[in-house]
Design a protein around this ligand. Structure first.
Ligand SMILES: Cc1cc2nc3c(=O)[nH]c(=O)nc-3n(C[C@H](O)[C@H](O)[C@H](O)COP(=O)(O)OP(=O)(O)OC[C@H]3O[C@@H](n4cnc5c(N)ncnc54)[C@H](O)[C@@H]3O)c2cc1C
Length: 441
């Protein structure tokens, strides 16, 4: 059992995803004695990687957008900005057996399976919002919705309001996608190194099961990988897990029941992502949006964007959001692979099983909270109704929202709240040096 350290405020961060690591780093820089507890064996959360060939590869494909200001500042702050390489992504829509390029507004005009009105409206929207069409996911969802073969696809009006404005940076990087040399693992490693160099600790394979207030501070009960238990006492807790998990952990904490009920009522979507190492590329596109009839929704040919690097093959991801009540969610990895591979061969009949060198399936249980969550911030208010206990979990909203950036902001904002908590302020502590302050939007 580790008890609070005399003289230094102790903060425990639950979850070593981007939000947790950024919060931990910021608190460690302000003089807190920080412990991060992570249930997985490796840190990074959704951004964690696996080794393939001589490279680290994300379990889910990521890119940095030029508008990801807080993420880019974080790279700079950690001295990693020179590692970001910028590429020009391209995308297609796979409709009626062929790829339709959707990089520019004009491309939309020539997609014959789309209704004329939709082509014009979508093109107008893309121009007026200075956003390439493939960043308007609502539009794409509508385009690939199931329909009878003869029926032209109509884009419903809602997406016209939802496409976010583009970045008018005027720079050559505008509309580019960034990817770090060495992958996103360099960011995770740099955050870990910084936390540890400031005396903090990141414990992986440690699942927090219970958070209970004590007369002073909190006690956290955990289960370790070898099924033994571990307890820790701390002054402040920052949980960066899903709302549902947080509600489970704090059952005995005496939190406001209506607040917990709101967290429990959030219905998350899961995400399935199959990473394949192939002998060759299948198209010239980075991303291809696929009709709803296919078992996956998105094909990401990662190597078409960043090159072959030292992966030892061509990297391609097949992915989709999924309701966890869907029987596919509980199918074996082999079944999901077979289903996805069959769908891919329908798009590319030349593809053979022997062209797949290896594959890996990732299931993310709490990948996508409903979009409306972020319109109703109260559901994720950082103070969990108990002094010293904070919730800063955030997952993806919509692809175009580039939410690692949001996660960085959430981590910084929750650390700022911990520091400014009048009951828990550290006498004489300096504001977090280097890490910039920002508010959650
Ligand atoms: C399909 C998909 C594509 C995306 N693409 C992009 C993109 O291109 N660009 C972009 O900017 N963003 C993208 N995002 C968003 C980005 O992945 C997330 O915003 C970010 O990684 C979330 O970080 P987080 O720390 O909030 O959550 P997580 O990464 O989920 O971290 C939470 C951590 O808490 C741990 N945990 C949970 N329960 C416990 C427990 N009981 N005890 C201890 N630890 C626990 C988990 O294991 C996890 O490591 C994408 C997300 C998805 C799902």
């Amino acid at each position: 059992m580790d008890g609070p350290v005399q003289g230094r405020r102790k903060a425990c961060v639950v979850g070593a995803g981007v939000t947790g690591l950024v919060a931990a780093c910021s608190l460690a820089r302000s003089g807190y004695d920080v412990t991060v507890l992570e249930s997985e064996l490796h840190p990074g959360g959704m951004l964690s990687t696996f080794r393939i060939g001589w490279e680290d590869l994300e379990r889910i494909p990521y890119v940095i957008d030029v508008s990801d200001r807080d993420l880019l500042k974080l790279f700079m702050d950690l001295g990693l900005d020179a590692q970001i390489e910028w590429f020009r992504p391209n995308a297609s829509l796979y409709l009626d057996g062929s790829h339709h390029r959707i990089d520019r507004a004009g491309d939309l005009l020539s997609i014959r399976p789309l209704a004329w009105t939709s082509r014009l409206l979508a093109a107008f929207r893309s121009v007026s919002r200075r956003r390439p069409p493939f960043l308007c996911s609502e539009a794409l969802r509508a385009m690939v919705a199931p329909r009878s073969a003869s029926e032209p696809v109509e884009i419903p009006g809602e997406w016209l309001a939802s496409c976010p404005p583009g970045v008018d940076s005027g720079s050559r990087r505008d509309r580019s996608a960034g990817y770090p040399a060495g992958g996103f693992s360099i960011l995770v490693r740099a955050l870990l190194k910084e936390i540890e160099s400031l005396g903090g600790e990141v414990r992986c394979g440690c699942t927090v099961t219970d958070i209970r207030p004590q007369p002073v501070g909190f006690r956290l009960d955990c289960i370790l990988e070898d099924c033994t238990s571990y307890g820790l006492e701390t002054d402040t807790v920052v949980a960066t897990v899903s709302g549902r998990r947080f509600a489970e952990m704090t059952v005995g904490a005496g939190l406001d029941e209506s607040y917990l009920e709101r967290l429990r009522s959030i219905r998350y979507q899961g995400h399935l992502c199959l990473a394949l190492r192939l002998k060759q590329s299948l198209s010239s596109y980075h991303r291809t949006f696929v009709p709803a009839a296919a078992p996956f929704r998105l094909v990401t040919e990662h190597s078409n964007l960043v090159g072959l690097r030292r992966y030892g093959g061509h990297i391609l991801y097949l992915s989709r959001d999924i309701d966890t009540a869907d029987p596919l969610w509980t199918q074996s990895d082999g079944e999901v692979f077979r289903l996805f591979f069959r769908g891919l061969t329908e798009m590319h009949p030349e593809l053979l099983r022997s062209d797949v060198k290896d594959w890996r399936l990732t299931r993310t249980r709490y990948a996508c909270p409903p979009r409306s969550l972020f319109d109703r911030q109260a559901a994720f208010a950082p103070e969990a109704g108990y002094p010293g206990l904070f919730l800063a979990g955030i997952a993806r909203t919509l692809p175009e929202e580039h939410s690692i950036d949001r996660s960085v902001r959430a981590g910084l904002a929750v650390a700022a709240r911990v520091r400014s908590d009048p009951r828990r302020r550290i006498e004489g502590a300096s504001p977090a040096p280097g890490l910039h302050k920002s508010e959650v939007t």
